[in-house]
Design a protein around this ligand. Sequence first.
Ligand code: WT7
Length: 595
Amino acid sequence: MTAKATFIQKSTEWVRKSRSVDANLKDYFKACKTFRWASVEKEFSWHKTKKVNIVHEIVDRHAEGARKNKVALYFWDPTPSGAHPSGRDEKYTFLDLKRLSSRFGNILKKYRIKKGDRVGVFLPRTPELYVSILGTHRVGAIPVPLFEAFMEAAIEDRLGNSEASFLVTTPELLRRVPWTRLKSLKHIILVQGEGAAAAPSLGPLSYHFYAEEMARASDFLEPVWLTLDDGLVIHYTSGSTGKSKGVLHRQYAMVGHYQTSKWSLDLREDDVYWCTADPGWVTGTSYGIYGPWSLGVSSVVLGGRFSADRWYEAIQKFQVTIWYSAPTAFRLLMAQGKELPKKYNLKSIRHICSVGEPLNPEALRWIRSITGKAPHETWWMTETGMHIICNYPSLDFKLGATGRSFPGTYASVVNDEGKEVPPNTLGHLVVRVGWPSMMKEIWKNKTKFEEYFKIKGWYLSGDTAYKDKEGFIWFAGRADDVIKTAGERVGPFEVESALIQHPAVAEAGVIGKPDEIRGQIVKAFVSLRKGYGASDILKKEISEFVKKNLAAHAAPREVEFVEKVPKTRSGKIMRRVLRAWDQGLPVGDISTMEE
Ligand code: WT7
């Protein structure tokens, strides 16, 4: 095992909790012994009615009961746009969401979208994005959320692989959808851009305008009733080899979303909760939609790009009580200095959680110094669907430690043979199979799915970690070549494939390079074709090229020209060698390298 920790420092400093902390989970150790997932099933209507559909559990049952007029969604985006010259500041109650998602469901129904069909949702973070996802659930179809920054190649892979027949997008984003090559795609709904002038030419495809269709659609649509094993959502995520994989979750995952939102996020009836993640990533659905709304909690959604001022302002404006964000965001705020947060009242916050990458002690201390609350780690993955290892509001924890297994789950560290290792020994981070939100399958790829379960009885995360004597798990790094930049997962293969489309690029190898703010940045080693000379302008152009074709977050922030990209005799890129080059370290055994 050659894992290298980026930020983790072995610390012995504790975050101590006062005994009077009032948390939903009061006694972690007792819960580990007594808690059973089956007890959570009783919280859902389907337990009695046998009628399953997540939209009923997260919207309809509130809209039909005491939470009817409670605000489910506060949306704020002060950025002026053509359609909204003074920005947007809107509220939606559970009843509003029931009506709107019924309207959207009726549109889908009209175009014959049925249970199990895939609906691509490629929208900026707006209320329409949430309505589309909820409406898709209503007809039993499976949303495929696509992050707004994705460009043509990424969209083609994801919509192509999922064989989505319906797409919701905007006229602007539509320019990145290579619809001529997407054979399954039949209908497109455009949010904004109504009117003949904006009407695109889409050949045989039928397209319609969201506002017009919504205005005509009925407020009523009973959900299509499903089984607990039916599909919920597909999130595409990257591995170290090949194209992105479609992680399919099942309806039953709601059991995990609910309980982790209760015990780890500590959500309660009167909370105002802000999850900063986009629903294009799993955090933005599991904990931006399913978990909080299954508990009937009010959520804040902030549109537009990151801005430190606006983030602090959002906390103040909505009196946010629970904040779920990521280390990169915390570090970006930290980089803006101490004066800025002083301009805002951040006292409403009572609990903070963090996800996506290790939270370094400096970032934790800094956030604590401006809010009075320490961020709590949550470790999980697109594939696990829910929190697995966390620090809890009522439990002391060590600074830098990832935490302890969520009650009812068991995460551990094993060696290559699948045997659990003694304390303080580095190994594979694994989870005992059988938690409620575990992925159902990798869409149309049984082989990839099976790779996670090579060690019998365990789910193999791909992370390396160790457990200390007190039982805390410490994340150490990835065992594979997956890159984590600003908390987002990037597959080197996808970036390399995009790079070699550039006329100047002969070969490309991509790695994650340690970075103070982003955890890692994407770095590309590139060899040039004959006739192209190395220059800074070309570096920039190559990086821009990936930005335009794949996605901004996946574009290399650093490009280095090399004579040759190191490969094994069988043609595999030796990223281990690239990492050593990058750090100026010895390259180790290169006996398998091609001549
Ligand atoms: C990978 C999963 C599902 C949440 C968003 C990320 C890394 C996640 C932590 C944490 C250290 C973390 C791991 C994991 N990761 N949380 N608290 N501490 N690393 O989901 O994009 O599927 O990425 O993110 O490497 O394997 P994802």
